[in-house]
Design a protein around this ligand. Structure first.
Ligand code: G6Q
Length: 545
């Protein structure tokens, strides 16, 4: 399929000109000129108050961005994704994470087959299993109930589960702890298990392919640890379950496929936290809360699918991100959740956004001549304020920020929450409006010091204010970012659902691993790599068996 190049679209050209005209406008002036601006550029949807008034935009900017979405055929692409068309063209796959959260009576066809009953069958099996573990009915080899769940997985089979466990800890069963092992660095496994009792431990081997080097290495270490600490082969079935699409490999590992929870090739790794990959989440919070989370995802799916673009949260968020990336040259986006439970949310979003939109080849196979995916990063507020916010306020880079906050805290404690929230509002105010030279001088600041104390302002922010962090709200937030990513990928004309960029390193690592153990010839390597490998061979003390 051949499309008109993005930069040739009329809306893109108009945006270029429009950018020149408004780039120097200051948010101070925009707010001064329009007393209603705060309300004009704000939306209320699905319990999220979405304030995008502190962006360097006018009504015309939004009109042109919406035209860009139309000219990019976003509406048709959304329909294609929801209908199960194979929009992941480089892997020839449908992209149907939305089917994972579709209600029981929905019909979604892939190759002529309705996939929804299968989704709910797995959810029901997961719910039954989780109930048995949570209630203590499922016991380990010594008859004791399970008290620790260790999820072994990496990338999409880790980041979502970790993030969701942290985010929803408030709702979790506290006598059942979850831990996560992802890194092939043995330290990860050793530290995660050093104080665990194998008799009370359940391992979830979470791997779509069941061939990922890191996960399989950790899974084998888990099996050895279990056998060396009182477990036996017959008890493996009580202590190891799998989440995978690969029954053959699961059986080879020795896990009873009755204890395997499946999913499908139309679920991408980074879009899988609400599939069986979320088994640890369901074990932690229970199936009712898990289903509430799915309902939250689904509500945002429907919002994205049906709401006109001008009121569509993911669409607007995606277009605003694009406005800064492509017209202001901004390279990063800071995500700043003012909720301690969301501390892993930025890390989770890094994979979702950067693995999806970190592409320089279009669907037509051409090299892009514009910027694509931004670098996402962030930390929970207020901690970031005491470290990197300085650069956002007074550095030379433009960094649009997403502030995420909740009106109600899950842990009321004195006036903590008001103090937390006052920082949200104060930061976005300071970033937008800054502090002028005149204001600094009026405070009696000596002339030589004044420039250091001036805040230029005009730093754009979005504020997402919801009532409370619940499982449903988490689902909405994740789906919001998922669909934001998709929106951007459509305009950028890239495949958001493949990840060929992670392949090369994997292949080379296999070759190097073989070279580390011998004393073979290194002449096939470049001089830097050969010297590093030689030095490693010389210095390492522990030899693999
Ligand atoms: C995500 C990627 C990647 C994947 C991991 C783990 O979209 O595909 O992060 O999730 O490589 O893969 P397995 O689940 O197959 O072990």
């Amino acid at each position: 399929m051949s499309k008109v190049a993005l930069t040739e679209l009329p809306a893109w050209q108009a945006l270029k000109q429009h950018h020149e005209a408004i780039a120097s406008l200051h948010l101070r002036d925009l707010f001064d000129q329009d007393a209603e601006r705060g309300a004009r550029f704000a939306l209320d949807a699905l319990g999220i108050y979405f304030d995008y008034s502190k962006h360097r935009i006018t009504s015309e900017t939004i009109d042109l961005l919406l035209q860009l979405a139309e000219q990019s055929e976003l509406r048709a692409r959304i329909a294609a994704m929801f209908a199960g068309e194979k929009i992941n063209i480089t892997e020839n796959r449908a992209v149907l994470h939305t089917a994972l959260r579709a209600p029981r009576d929905a019909t979604i066809l892939v190759d002529g087959e309705n996939v929804v009953p299968g989704v709910h069958e797995v959810l029901d099996r997961m719910a039954d299993f989780c109930e048995r573990v949570r209630s203590g009915a499922w016991t380990g080899f010594s008859g004791k109930p399970i008290r620790a769940v260790v999820n072994i997985g990496i990338g999409g089979s880790d980041l979502g589960p970790v993030m969701a466990y942290e985010a929803l800890k408030f709702y979790s069963q506290r006598d059942l702890q979850c831990r996560f092992v992802s890194n092939v660095d043995g330290t990860d496994f050793v530290e995660a298990t050093h104080d665990l009792d194998p008799a009370e431990t359940l391992f979830i081997i979470a791997s779509k392919t069941f061939t990922t080097q890191e996960t399989m290495t950790n899974a084998q270490s888990a099996r050895r640890w279990f056998l060396a600490n009182g477990g036996n082969e017959d008890a493996i079935a009580k202590h190891f379950v799998a989440v995978s699409t690969n029954a053959g490999e699961v059986a080879k590992f020795g896990i009873d496929t009755a204890n395997m929870f499946g999913f499908w090739d139309w679920v991408g790794g980074r879009y899988s936290m609400e599939s069986a990959i979320g088994l640890s989440t369901m074990l932690a919070i229970g199936s009712d809360n898990f289903r509430a989370m799915l309902a939250g995802f689904h509500a945002m799916d429907e919002h994205f699918r049906t709401t006109p673009f001008a009121q569509n949260l993911p669409v607007l968020m995606g277009l605003l991100g694009l406005w800064y990336a492509d017209f202001f040259g901004a390279e990063t986006v800071a995500v700043l959740p003012y909720d301690q439970y969301l501390r892993r949310f930025p890390a989770y979003l890094q994979q979702l956004t950067m693995e999806s939109n970190g592409k320089y080849i279009t669907l037509d196979g051409a090299r892009v001549n514009y910027q694509t995916g931004a670098i996402f990063w962030g930390e929970p507020g207020t901690n970031g304020q005491h470290s990197f916010y300085q650069l956002i306020h007074q550095g030379t880079k433009l960094i649009p920020c997403d502030f995420i906050a909740f009106a109600q805290t899950l842990n009321p404690l004195g006036d903590h929450h008001d103090l937390l929230m006052s920082n949200v509002f104060a930061q976005t105010e300071a970033l937008a409006f800054g502090k002028t030279q005149a204001a600094v001088e009026a405070e009696g600041t000596p002339a030589w010091l004044a420039p250091h104390r001036v805040f230029e302002g005009n730093r754009p922010t979005t504020t997402l204010l919801a009532d409370k962090l619940t499982p449903a709200m988490l689902g909405k937030l994740v789906a919001l970012y998922e669909h934001m990513v998709f929106t951007q990928s459509v305009v950028w004309q890239i495949d958001a659902f493949d990840q060929w960029g992670v392949e090369l390193g994997k292949v080379l690592a296999k070759r190097v691993a073989a070279a580390l153990n011998g004393d073979g010839d290194l002449s096939g390597y470049d001089s830097s790599s050969a010297a590093l490998i030689a030095r490693y061979r010389e210095l390492r003390t522990h030899k693999n068996p």
